[in-house]
Design a protein around this ligand. Structure first.
Ligand code: ADP
Ligand code: MG
Length: 264
């Protein structure tokens, strides 16, 4: 049964999509069965996985509007070992179409149900806004993975995100957990980074991943070739840092399952 993880942060440009694509490739490299669900109409995760968002015959639009089963829309990311439920600008139309539907927050959750046993991890890339697409992702997820940059306003944004998670727990998904906080574009030479990082650790403790993602040009270049960094340059610092994250995530989930632990 897959663990469904929504990669979310209302702030744009913090590394959500980069994390989704590279974590998917890294988990696949550790022989886990992975599905990456693109819930952002920008389709960056789709493109970054090597699929052309302008050439999709079926996409997340068809799944959310129940024109297609998820199983028939999922497709392989070329040479990367994971599957993608791809998306493009049509997702915005799906969001509009759902507006007046009963149970509109639960479309993705219900659509993924028949395929969760096919995967070990399902990662959902969220748009940088709290819209119906994000709420669908959070309603479908077991947990949230929060990528963040250690900069001055990060903690403020995080407080808002925690408020959102609480609201989701009170309404559409009481079982939603925090999978972990991931420090992205990390620069240990910057004293502000270290300062914010320390505050994060004080507040969130072991929910902050030990693995950090450094600022690395290979991670920024790889999407233009439609590849995870692991394929583009497997010895790059970026690729290696996401492998470390995948290892930490697998270990954490393994120990949680064996202890039956649920604490967040
Ligand atoms: P989001 O999905 O949160 O909007 P992205 O993953 O698209 O953020 O990242 C925003 C930009 O920063 C992209 O151009 C991406 O290539 C770049 N980027 C993300 N993570 C890193 C990193 N660790 N090092 C260098 N560039 C990065
Ligand atoms: Mg993105």
């Amino acid at each position: 049964m897959a663990r469904i993880v929504a990669v979310t942060n209302q702030k744009g440009g913090v590394g959500k999509t980069t994390t989704c694509v590279n974590l998917a490739a890294s988990l696949a490299a550790t022989k886990r069965r992975v599905l990456l669900v693109d819930m952002d109409p920008q389709g960056n995760a789709t493109m970054g996985s090597g699929l052309d968002k302008n050439e999709l015959k079926v996409s997340g639009f068809d799944v959310l509007t129940r024109r297609q089963n998820a199983a028939d829309v999922c497709t392989e990311a070329p040479d990367s070992g994971f599957d993608v439920l791809p998306a493009n600008g049509d997702l915005t139309a799906a969001e509009v179409e759902l507006m007046n539907e009963i149970g509109r927050e639960h479309r993705l959750r219900l659509a993924l149900k028949p395929i969760t046993e096919l995967y070990d991890f399902i990662l959902i890339d969220c748009p940088p806004a709290l819209n119906l697409l994000t709420v669908n992702a959070l309603a479908a997820a077991d947990s949230v993975l929060i990528p963040m940059q250690c900069e001055y306003y990060a903690l403020e944004g995080l407080a808002a995100l925690m408020g959102t998670i609480e609201q989701i727990q009170e309404t559409v998904n009481p079982a939603l957990k925090i999978e972990g906080l991931l420090r992205t574009m990390y620069d240990p030479r910057n004293s502000l980074t270290l300062d914010v990082s320390r505050q994060l650790n004080d507040y969130f403790g072991d929910r902050v991943y030990s693995a950090v993602i450094p600022r690395n040009v290979r991670l920024a270049e790889a999407p233009s070739y439609g590849m995870p960094a692991l394929r583009y340059d497997r010895s790059s610092k970026g690729a290696i840092s996401y492998l470390a994250l995948a290892g930490e995530m697998v270990r954490r989930n393994g120990s949680q399952q064996s202890e039956g632990a649920v604490a967040v």
